[in-house]
Design a protein around this ligand. Structure first.
Ligand code: 2AM
Ligand code: CA
Length: 257
């Protein structure tokens, strides 16, 4: 199925404009399972708006989204994987660093991805085999070696038991790299590695909507996305994620595996 990247870009920008114009009141915020895991009325509204528009344009497509009531065990043949607001905690707190993420996957292969940060008006996008772009300009991973790398990370606080391993990994990387950053939006972290703003990203537990779109943008920008155990990421169920350039992935894996 041919999905029009211009349509996805426009949709992500419309959703982003909505996000930028809102700040949830306390009655619009709900806690989900685990620590620091929230959903707001706006996450749900943006997901509904994206589903409606995509369904009208591509009626044969299925969906996977963070705010679905249930998550399926297998992917539909033609599937949009969506995070309406990646960086919900940032959004709630007025820490203006969140994004809309729309990935399109066909027979389990990532075909198109769009990640839009409305606060900086930065639109990252890619189609399989066509390169990756930021606001129309081609992007590429930095090519820096680990000793010159800035490491982005998430600690997955909403799941039990990832803290110690995350900090052990972080310390090993920190001792061999240049500096660290923690942003609260995995989708943007992956795009920042793709565009060479930073060099490495890892988090031990994420979900497909956090990395489906960003993962394609990164690989089209010459980067690598894997899990932290040296294997392939899954688009059906979540897991750990490691993003880097081809220049530093082996050195990183030698440290963490
Ligand atoms: P979210 O804001 O869309 O929930 C922060 O470490 C990163 O992890 C964010 O991209 C956040 O996405 C993501 N994340 C993954 N699973 C999460 C969960 N259960 N609760 C909160 N953030 C989660
Ligand atoms: Ca989200």
């Amino acid at each position: 199925m041919n999905v029009d990247i211009e349509f996805l870009k426009k949709l992500a920008m419309e959703a982003g404009a909505y996000i930028k114009s809102k700040r949830p009141s306390s009655s619009e915020i709900e806690s989900k399972e685990g620590r620091g895991n929230f959903v707001t009325a706006h996450d749900k509204a943006v997901q509904a708006m994206l589903y409606d528009s995509l369904k009208k344009e591509y009626p044969e497509c299925g969906f996977m989204g963070e705010e679905d009531e249930t998550h399926c065990e297998s992917l539909p043949e033609f599937c949009f994987i969506i995070d309406p607001i990646d960086g919900t905690a940032n959004f709630i707190n007025g820490y203006r660093h969140s994004a809309v993420s729309i990935g399109y996957v066909e027979h389990g292969i990532k075909k198109a991805g769009v990640v839009y940060d409305p606060y900086l008006d930065e639109l990252f996008y890619a189609e399989l085999g066509k390169g990756a772009f930021l606001n129309g300009n081609p992007i590429h991973v930095s090519g820096r070696k680990l000793r010159d790398s800035i490491i982005l990370f998430g600690i997955s606080p909403y799941y039990e038991g990832y803290g110690e391993k995350s900090f052990t990994m972080l310390r090993k990387l920190y001792e061999n790299a240049c500096d660290l950053r923690n942003s609260g939006s995995a989708a943007l972290d992956i795009c920042y590695v793709a565009s060479g703003k930073t060099d490495v990203f890892f988090e031990l537990r994420l979900s497909p909507w956090d990395y489906a779109a960003g993962g394609l943008i990164l690989s089209e920008a010459g980067g690598v996305i894997k899990n932290c155990e040296g294997g392939e990421i899954s688009l059906v169920k979540g897991g750990s994620v490691l993003c880097a350039g081809k220049e530093n992935i082996e050195e990183i894996e030698a440290l963490i595996l």
